[in-house]
Design a binder for this molecule. Structure first.
Ligand code: ZN
Length: 283
């Protein structure tokens, strides 16, 4: 199933058409995406039985919002691809390095982001979305706890991210618009292998990041198992799973986002999100 939020309404997407979930379920399922996450298994059953005639809305990509607009928890993982750990000057970590992007930064797939002062960098990432309350799940059952996968950008302002000893990543990664996600949330069964997806980041059309998600040091099920070993995960929680090599601050010379840049983040089997950047807002 491909789940989306179109003009604020929860929908199931098939090709370029969508079915309104509340309407198709005759009001038995809620319209609010966060509430729907609590009933993910019911939604999947319903979606499987929808007739073709239920898909009567044309999808305007610009009208899609974040699949989970208000997640309770947003986890993010640093240095989860060996080439990115190497370019950052680290040996691959033995434990996942976890920080948060505060939920206020989460947006939909096509946005314009006002650059804050500093050095704003890109990080294309696969985002796993939790589909049920999960505590202490084993790795071999962890995929069952995942509602689906979506594309994310872990936009990062490097000055505030790296200042202080030890550095605290979370604020520098949480400016307004720094967590774009979408375009849709795709259930794991839709992929031939959800652990092996091509992931690409393009800056003004140039591929600056490119890898496959099977390169991850800690793959999705291991991240879910290790996070849930510590605390409960809730339906709709996001896990940004780390970025491949090719971020701007490790280029020589370093390169950062500037006004009028366009960033496209793409993952095989899900789709792409698109961000444009503007000069800092004058407050
Ligand atoms: Zn990241």
């Amino acid at each position: 199933m491909r789940f989306g939020v179109l003009d604020g309404r929860a929908v199931v997407v098939r090709g370029d058409l969508a079915a309104d979930i509340r309407q198709a379920s005759r009001g038995q399922l809620p319209d609010d995406p966060t509430a729907l996450m609590e009933q993910w298994a019911r939604l999947r059953d319903r979606a499987a039985g929808l007739p073709g005639s239920a898909y009567d809305i044309r999808v305007d990509p610009a009208a899609l919002g974040a699949p989970v607009p208000r997640p309770r928890q947003v986890f993010a993982v640093a240095l989860n691809y060996p080439p990115h750990a190497a370019e950052a000057g680290y040996t691959p970590p033995a434990e996942p390095l976890v920080f948060t992007k505060f939920p206020a930064c989460v947006t939909g797939p096509q946005t314009t982001v006002a650059l804050p002062p500093g050095k704003v960098d890109w990080e294309v990432e696969l985002v796993a979305v939790v589909g049920r309350e999960t505590y202490r799940v084993s790795e071999d059952r962890a995929w069952d706890a995942v509602a689906g996968l979506t594309v994310g950008q872990d936009l990062s302002e490097r000055v505030s991210q790296l200042q202080g000893k030890p550095a605290q990543f979370s604020l520098g990664k949480s400016f307004p618009g720094f967590g774009p996600t979408g375009p849709v949330l795709v259930t794991p069964d839709e992929f031939d292998d959800p652990d092996d997806l091509e992931i690409t980041g393009l800056l003004n059309g140039e591929a600056v990041q490119h890898d496959r998600t099977k390169s991850m040091i800690f793959p999705v099920p291991e991240l879910i198992a290790r996070l849930s070993a510590v605390l409960p995960l809730f339906p709709g929680d996001l896990v940004f799973t780390g970025t491949p090599a090719g971020v701007g601050n490790r280029m020589n010379p370093p390169r950062y986002l500037t006004p009028d840049d366009e960033l496209v983040s793409r993952i095989e089997g899900i789709g792409e999100i698109r961000q444009r950047f503007t000069a800092p807002e004058i407050i």
